[in-house]
Design a binder for this molecule. Structure first.
Ligand code: OOG
Ligand code: NI
Length: 317
């Protein structure tokens, strides 16, 4: 009787969320994101108008506070329960951040499905190294996370609802964090909201499946791309090419009644080249597993700045 086997049970316990539920949650996170951020919404419409409706996501990204259970793990549990696998850690000492990415389980796309119904995306979750912040900044972060200690259990729910698990902060607290870490300030007001989705560029069907062509197309449409370290970010091995828009801003009402424009989310583009050892595989047989996988610390370091004031206040062009 297999139900008696505890061995079996523990092996299966890593994916005890149904696929339809899992994809609905991703879809709800995406809906919150598209409702708040007009630029990603119009980028997706523009790309679909040229490329058709088969685009898929390379990854989804989230930010967290690395303190008292509110860090990467708080959100990762939802993905682990659906069978995702923790992969590499990335470190950003200057920004006082670390990140972990998760590989999707081997599940086929919904037939004809695109976006969250396509091939499952990788997941990139980062966290602020709160212990390394000034005591004033730590006080603000601990005030909100400690006053809602159970909130961390509902990270995925919070992201899907687009609601913070802690109370809204004072505008002065947002400013305090922004002076020290724009990532910290972003996370205080956006919480677990989807930070970005990334279009899988090499899996597009039209000429836009080369990232240089896609960047050019978007810039011609008047979109502002993150120029930190150059618009196109290339990994040292040459296999991972990334670019992103500059985040949209949203009007946010603070607890003290002050309304301010705060940075919200952006959209990213990633092209993964075929690895050297698969150069001879015929194009029609190339699968995602033949391509450069993972992330790159040098690229990511610049992409974080897509929500930073210096990029937001830059003029387009
Ligand atoms: C994540 C920035 C890094 C990537 O693909 O390397 C990143 C963020 O802005 O939270 O998205
Ligand atoms: Ni990304």
């Amino acid at each position: 009787d297999s139900s008696m086997s505890s061995n079996n049970d523990s092996r299966e316990s890593s994916s005890k969320v149904a696929e339809s539920f899992f994809r609905s949650v991703l879809g709800q996170m995406e809906t919150v994101y598209l409702n708040r951020n007009p630029t990603p919404k119009s980028v997706l419409e523009l790309v679909r108008s040229v490329d058709g409706d088969q685009l898929c996501y390379d990854h989804l990204a989230f930010r967290t506070f690395g303190v008292s259970g509110y860090g990467i793990d708080s959100l990762a549990s939802f993905f682990l329960d659906y069978g995702y696998t923790p992969m590499d850690e990335l470190k950003f000492p200057a920004k006082k951040l670390r990140a972990l990415w998760f590989a999707p389980p081997d599940v086929s796309a919904i037939p004809g499905g695109s976006g969250v119904n396509g091939p499952l995306p990788r997941v990139f979750i980062s966290e602020l190294l709160v212990d390394q912040m000034s005591s004033q900044t730590q006080d603000v972060i601990r005030k909100y996370t400690q006053a809602s200690p159970n909130g961390k259990k509902y990270a995925a729910l919070s992201s899907a609802l687009g609601t913070l698990t802690w109370e809204k902060p004072l505008s002065s607290e947002f400013e305090q964090l922004a002076r020290e870490s724009e990532y910290a300030a972003w996370t205080l007001v956006n919480g677990y909201a989807l930070n970005h989705v990334t279009i899988s560029v090499h899996r597009l069907k039209s000429h836009l499946n080369k990232i240089k062509k896609l960047n050019q197309f978007l810039e011609e449409k008047g979109l502002k791309l993150n120029s930190e370290g150059g618009v196109l970010k290339v990994s040292p091995d040459g296999g991972l090419l990334q670019s992103s828009t500059v985040a949209d801003s949203i009007s946010f009402k603070f607890a003290d009644g002050v309304t301010k424009s705060i940075p919200c989310s952006y959209i990213e583009f990633a092209e993964r080249l075929v690895l050297p050892q698969y150069q001879n595989v015929p194009e029609s047989e190339i699968r995602e597993s033949h391509r450069r996988d993972g992330f790159e610390v040098g690229n990511a370091d610049k992409i974080f700045e897509s929500t930073f004031q210096e990029q937001l206040s830059r003029r387009a062009g």
